[in-house]
Design a protein around this ligand. Sequence first.
Ligand SMILES: Cc1cc2nc3c(=O)[nH]c(=O)nc-3n(C[C@H](O)[C@H](O)[C@H](O)COP(=O)(O)OP(=O)(O)OC[C@H]3O[C@@H](n4cnc5c(N)ncnc54)[C@H](O)[C@@H]3O)c2cc1C
Length: 406
Amino acid sequence: MNSENRFDIIVVGGGMIGAAAALGLARQGWQVAVVESAERESLLSALSPAKTVDDFEPRVSALSLASQKLLDGLGVWSDVAACRHCAYDQMSVWDAEGTGCIRFDAAEMAVPALGVIVENRILVKALMTAVVASPIRLIDGVSVTGWSGQGRYKSITLADGRKLDAPLIVAADGPQSRVRQWAGLPTREWDYDQQGIVCTVETAQSHGFTAWQRFSATGPLAFLPLINDAGESRFCSIVWSQDTDESRRLMALDDARFSAELENAIEGRLGQIQTVSRRFAFPLRQRHAKAYIGPGLALIGDAAHTIHPLAGQGVNLGYSDVRVLLEELGRLRAAGMAPDDPDTLARYQRRRKGENLAMMAAMEGFKQLFARDELPLRWMRNAGMRWLDGAGPLKNRLAAQAMGID
Ligand SMILES: Cc1cc2nc3c(=O)[nH]c(=O)nc-3n(C[C@H](O)[C@H](O)[C@H](O)COP(=O)(O)OP(=O)(O)OC[C@H]3O[C@@H](n4cnc5c(N)ncnc54)[C@H](O)[C@@H]3O)c2cc1C
């Protein structure tokens, strides 16, 4: 292998998680390559101003304070913050089948905001701009089609026949990770037989810089606040989890009927739904790799775990993977050691698996709790929500944990 195709670390996948990991690793002084199947022009293309619902990207992320801090440390948060984003200082969660309700308030927790909603393409553009300006070798517009895990250097093959190698491969190639499959790392996964309907809506009333979430037996409906370029706060990105048959029915409705059903589902809290963008439906699956590492391999982000979007934590868990991987590999770099040290990779896995599994279990618990319709359970969960809402310090502690500022 000539030196042009040999690196310390190759990151497969330059999405929101892989690009951040590559930036952090390059800053530590490792020689890093990123392979991303999308073309850089599409990732770096200028954003059109958002005036109407169709101008927003339907996929957004609710970034926790911990994720913002990581991006700030990588030098990209100021770019994200200079673009369209919406900080929210309230969160309202309630039970469709009762009177239980919990409200979270940034002022009560003495933080400037509970989180920030950012369109995914804004995040990717800011990260990719930093990657292009860094010493990282970005190989874009081509997929990884094979891997060989034999020997000291792990080798990957690209669709155009090129081969690259490195002692460590970081797989950030998303939920269907081919690298994870080639390495033979098994997953535990289950299908919810649900889909998440995603789109942008314009409402009659302002969202009040609040993230709204209503739980019903079939799943949660989230209204995540957005602002357009004129600063108007009547736009929300919605994620509506529904059983697959119901989702298909909703997707087939015309805009007027869909808007009416959506308005009904959110109990008219933001007034009339005035316009709705094109809709997308994603199958919902929870998936967890039984091992995040192999010899010379580490999985991060959705390649290691995908969770139900009900708490909007997918990207935040991925950024926690990045933070811990950087801490562990930074120590190796400082000690002049190779990046594939097995003890270090094992420590990365140990530190991340517990938190990811706990979050997945919590999501599953929530999902099951709200799926049950029996009267005693309904009564208990409503009473529990009301109790938690009144238990200030405990409520704020739980919220702080979810925000990564505990
Ligand atoms: C309906 C829905 C709503 C969601 N809402 C939220 C939310 O509100 N908040 C939140 O935090 N999370 C949310 N998520 C989850 C979030 O989208 C994921 O956690 C996040 O996208 C994971 O980022 P990633 O970089 O690990 O993977 P991805 O975003 O999937 O990126 C993987 C990258 O790898 C590239 N790639 C893949 N294979 C190859 C290959 N062979 N060669 C080269 N490149 C390759 C892809 O092109 C892509 O750029 C939601 C998910 C769904 C389905």
